[in-house]
Write a protein that binds this ligand. Structure first.
Ligand code: NAD
Ligand code: ZN
Length: 341
């Protein structure tokens, strides 16, 4: 089969022939149709410090996918050959305290497909049946391929009650944009999204009914005043990983505000925690998706009017992967979807 492989310990990825994975008794084999390129995949392409430390070579990369089940392990029940599906790319164990109490997304033994285990940028993917998420007919493969990052957005956005609340989202990357659409869908009052990249802010405004603010040229406080907000934002969703954005978020919150943090800071940054204490802020870190509560909620929202399709700005054959990665690296795109035929 064709697969996109981190084949050598240096910058780049290589499309090459790999054996079709053999499945175990509890696994399914999935014929991959469409995949999404993630920032994580770009780190692996770039072969930065994190990627060197984390990814064994060779490794089939990729974790955002939609496809169709073509083979069932002998112990698998409740799934069928021909079933369209996506799936949770975090493979969890069953022995930790967290897993045994049903909080699979907190399992410290989590391994990721396309990072520590063979991934989805391939014609076939082996996945534990437990991780499979069947796709309703109304959710096409191109959307199925981006449920992993949509799940990040949903997990973060639904961490706090948003109904009637004023919400600040820092970072209009694909996940921030999808979180904005979710916040709007569930009934937030004002949804303001910030970035320093005008192309991405324009994309955000085309996908969801939000107020885009370019913090490189506009004053966020003036925007809040224009919207007749009271003291500031009730809920913050940090989706940039940028220290200045987090700083601005802390400044812009109400007393008692709540912040969910998805963005991953690339390096440690000094911070004055007095501002959190004296504002009585609640800050929650977010990792991955709740398994499987996030998946149920996002599919239900997609089937009931949540439309994030506009966040996909490029679709191309898998053979053109280098072009897709090039566009990703320029940082001006939304989601890029590769077609595996
Ligand atoms: P992205 O890099 O595409 O988007 C981040 C955006 O933040 C960019 O558009 C950038 O211009 C913007 N930004 C930079 N400086 C800013 C500032 N001062 N104010 C406002 N915005 C600013 O990332 P993405 O793919 O949308 O993912 C969002 C974040 O979530 C990333 O940090 C990513 O690493 C992280 N992430 C975390 C998890 C998790 O499980 N915790 C999972 C996936 C992604
Ligand atoms: Zn991802």
């Amino acid at each position: 089969m064709r697969a996109l492989v981190k084949a050598e310990s240096r910058e780049g990825l290589w499309l090459r022939d790999e054996p079709v994975p053999e499945i175990g008794p509890g696994d399914v084999l999935i014929r991959v149709r469409k995949t999404g390129i993630c920032g994580t995949d770009v780190h692996i392409w770039n072969w930065d410090d994190w990627a060197r430390r984390t990814v064994p070579v060779p490794m089939v990369v990729g974790h955002e996918f939609a496809g169709e089940i073509v083979e069932l392990g002998r112990d698998v029940s409740g799934l069928a050959v021909g079933q369209r599906c996506s799936g949770e790319g975090h493979l969890v164990g069953q022995s930790s305290r967290q897993s045994r109490s049903g909080q699979f997304h907190l399992d410290p033994e989590t391994r990721g497909i396309g990072v520590n285990m063979p991934g989805a940028f391939a014609e076939y993917l082996r996945l534990p049946a437990f991780n499979v998420v069947p796709l309703p007919d109304s959710v096409p493969d191109r959307i199925g391929a981006i449920l992993d990052p949509l799940g990040n957005a949903v997990h973060t956005a639904l961490s706090f009650n948003l109904i009637g609340e004023d919400v600040l989202i820092t970072g209009a990357g694909p996940i921030g944009i999808m979180a904005a659409a979710v916040a709007r869908h569930v009934g937030a009052r004002h949804v303001v999204i910030t970035d320093v990249n005008q192309t991405r802010l324009d994309l955000a405004a085309s996908v969801a009914d939000v107020v885009p603010v370019n913090v490189a040229t506009e004053d966020l406080a003036a925007v809040c005043a224009r919207l007749a907000m009271r003291q500031g934002f009730d809920v913050g969703l940090e989706m940039s990983g940028n220290a200045a954005a987090f700083d601005q978020m802390i400044d812009s919150m109400v007393m008692g505000g709540r912040i969910a943090m998805l963005g991953i800071p690339p390096r440690p940054a000094p911070f004055d925690w007095n501002r959190v204490v004296f504002k009585s802020l609640t800050i929650k870190g977010i990792y991955g998706r709740e398994i499987f509560e996030t998946w149920y909620k996002m599919l239900a929202m997609l089937e009931n009017g949540l439309d994030i399709g506009g966040v996909i700005t490029h679709e191309m054959p898998a053979a053109d992967f280098a072009c897709g990665f090039q566009i990703m690296r320029q940082g001006e795109s939304g989601k890029i979807v590769l077609d595996w035929g």
